[in-house]
Each structure stands twice: as structure tokens, then as C-alpha cells.
Design a protein around this ligand. Structure first.
Ligand SMILES: [Zn+2]
Length: 338
């Protein structure tokens, strides 16, 4: 299946996919082959990551809002991605959905649709305002493509990118073309100041990150401003928490020692203003990949850009209802850690 090679290539690019997010599908003889929830696209060549679902039945369950049947899954361990309905309502044979860093950097901007008019000129694209993953998002997409069925590029507000094609080759070619047009050069950022960070390392479960880029969340003033504004997309809330831990250096050491060595759970990371970032020694691969993705997004977002943050109710929805593709991953990963 050509989708395996495509998925492995796309899934291995951290600017497109972080850990197990993103999903691909192909429609063959009335069957939708969709990436399983929690599987990594990057592993598509080595392991079974696709679940077969009968397309007609799936479309019916989207219409009547019933649970998606998974009775013909080849393996009971594999459950279809929560983003399956979106793949089902698109008429193209091949659908690629990625949490592209460059796409997200546009998808969080209030002026995103205007900015993209120029960048994506000539392509059949549409902007889909934020909707929770699953049936709500699928319905918004179905509405949008009903009037313009030629649409094969969807920018998902506060979420990511979808591209479609009649075969693997055309879908992947379109993905790289869109990526080329959306590309933003990341901003350079000041080096970390390790004085305070070293004190934190001595008195907590936080350690220096293995990648220097992560420090930008503390040392880059624009990134800090963005971080203070709130949550920009669901995976950020799911993996990194509903509020971002950003502290001034004067209180960082005492607060971290008091709070996170006590009964409170140490967060995946802590950003210290002007100093840099420290990472939880037990950070999971998904948390780390999400954190890396967040840094790449903030470094591609200019200070003057007005951003659309997720509303409180949207963040609560994401965290409480498992309303996004990445939440199942957390459950799966925690289960494995036990
Ligand atoms: Zn997604």
C-alpha cells in the first residue's frame, strides 16, 4: 500500500508530525483504511498502523452521531483515530492530516485567512474555523466542501492542515507544495542564562533540555508573550497543561522547590523568564515532541500578529471529553508506563 511509505516519510518530519499526532487514510473498494489512534505515522513501514472501516457504514454513523463501528478492525488493539470522520467525509481517495508547524503558525492568527489568500493563491483551499476533533470538525468540513467540491487543501484553525489527492503521489506532492508556500523562517533567539537554571537543576526533578532550541520559550521575549496569552491548539493543552508554567527568575527557584517537590505533580517543563527552559526528568516522548513543536510555532510567529487563542470552554472540552486526536495517545502512553 503506497500509503505506508507516504506515512513513514511524512511522520518522520518533526515539522509535520509530532509523536503520534497526524493521520493518513486511503479509500479502496468501499473500505477506508485509517491510521489507528495512538500509532505513529513514522512507524508505518515496520508495524500495522491502519484500521479498515466500511466507508458506507461510517458515513451513516457520522450522520446519526452514533459511535464509529470498529468491528472489522483487523486487530483488536487498533482503534481508528478520533479524526476518522473528517477523512470519511472528504471525497478524495487519499487524505493527509498533519500538525504542520508552518501551518499552525498561520492557523493561530486572526488574520490567517487574509494572509493565506496570497500564499495559497491558485490552490483549491478553504479555511475551517476551530471545531473539536471528531464529528463536529467533520461536519464543518462536509459543509465547506459541499459548496466547493474541488477543495483539496484545508487549513484547520488552531489545529493544522489537511491535503487530499486521488492517489498517494498527488496528495504528497500537494502537501510539499503547500508546505513550501507556508514556510516561515524561525526567529533567532538569545542564548540561555544557566545561573538560575543550574540552581533549579540541583533542587528539583527538572533538568537541562537536550536541545538548545527549547530555551527559546524562556529567552525569546516574543515567545514568552505568546505563551502568556493562553492555549493555541489542543495538543498544547493535552500534553503541556491548561496553563503554561512561565516564571520570573527571582521566584523560580523557591517556587519550584516548594511546589513541585511537594505534592504537586512536576509539569513537563518550566520556562524561566530570560534564563531558559528546564524539562521534567520523566518527560514522555509525546510531551517532549509537543514542547518542541510549540517552540517552533512561537519562533515563527511575529510579535505584531494578533492571535486567536482557544476559548476557556474549548480548552475544557478538549481536556474533559477527549475531544482531540492526541488525548487517546496520553491514555495509551500512561497505560504503557504502568
Ligand atoms: Zn489533528
Amino acid at each position: 500500500m503506497c500509503l505506508r511509505n507516504l506515512s513513514a516519510r511524512v511522520g518522520s518530519d518533526p515539522l509535520l508530525v509530532q509523536a503520534s499526532n497526524g493521520n493518513t487514510s486511503i479509500k479502496l473498494d468501499g473500505i477506508l483504511w485509517i491510521k489507528a489512534s495512538g500509532s505513529w505515522l513514522a512507524h508505518a513501514r515496520q508495524e500495522e498502523i491502519f484500521v479498515p472501516l466500511e466507508l458506507a457504514g461510517l458515513k451513516e454513523s457520522i450522520l446519526d452521531d452514533s459511535e464509529i463501528a470498529s468491528h472489522i478492525a483487523v486487530n483488536d488493539e487498533l482503534r481508528p483515530s478520533i479524526e476518522t470522520p473528517m477523512h470519511a467525509v472528504l471525497r478524495h481517495r487519499v487524505v493527509i492530516h498533519v500538525h504542520s508547524i508552518n501551518a499552525i503558525a498561520w492557523a493561530i492568527r486572526l488574520d490567517g485567512p487574509d494572509q493565506l489568500n496570497e500564499r495559497l493563491a491558485g490552490l483549491h483551499w478553504q479555511w475551517i474555523p476551530y471545531a473539536a476533533s471528531g464529528i463536529p470538525l467533520a461536519r464543518e468540513i462536509a459543509k465547506a466542501v459541499a459548496t466547493r467540491p474541488e477543495t483539496d487543501v484545508l487549513m484547520l484553525g488552531n489545529h493544522g492542515l489537511v491535503v487530499c489527492g486521488q492517489d498517494c503521489h498527488s496528495a504528497e506532492k500537494l502537501l510539499w507544495e503547500v508546505e513550501r508556500r507556508l514556510a516561515i523562517t524561525p526567529r533567532r533567539f538569545p542564548k540561555p542564562d544557566t545561573t538560575v537554571l543550574a540552581m533549579i537543576a540541583r533542587s528539583s526533578r527538572l533538568q537541562f533540555p537536550d536541545v538548545n532550541t527549547l530555551h527559546a520559550l524562556g529567552t525569546d521575549s516574543v515567545s514568552r508573550k505568546i505563551l502568556k496569552g493562553g492555549i493555541l491548539y489542543p495538543c498544547q493543552a493535552i500534553f503541556l497543561g491548561p496553563t503554561m508554567p512561565l516564571l520570573p527568575p527571582a521566584v523560580a527557584v523557591s517556587k519550584i522547590t516548594e511546589r513541585w517537590n511537594g505534592k504537586h505533580r512536576t509539569p513537563p517543563f518550566v520556562a524561566v523568564e530570560r534564563s531558559g527552559v528546564m524539562v521534567n526528568e520523566k518527560v514522555t516522548s509525546a510531551e517532549r515532541a509537543t514542547l518542541m513543536g510549540l517552540v517552533h510555532v512561537t519562533l515563527r510567529t511575529e510579535e505584531s500578529a494578533r492571535l486567536r487563542y482557544l476559548k476557556e470552554s474549548e480548552v475544557i472540552g478538549v481536556l474533559s471529553q477527549g475531544a482531540h486526536g492526541c488525548q487517546e495517545v496520553v491514555v495509551r502512553e500512561r497505560r504503557l508506563l504502568r
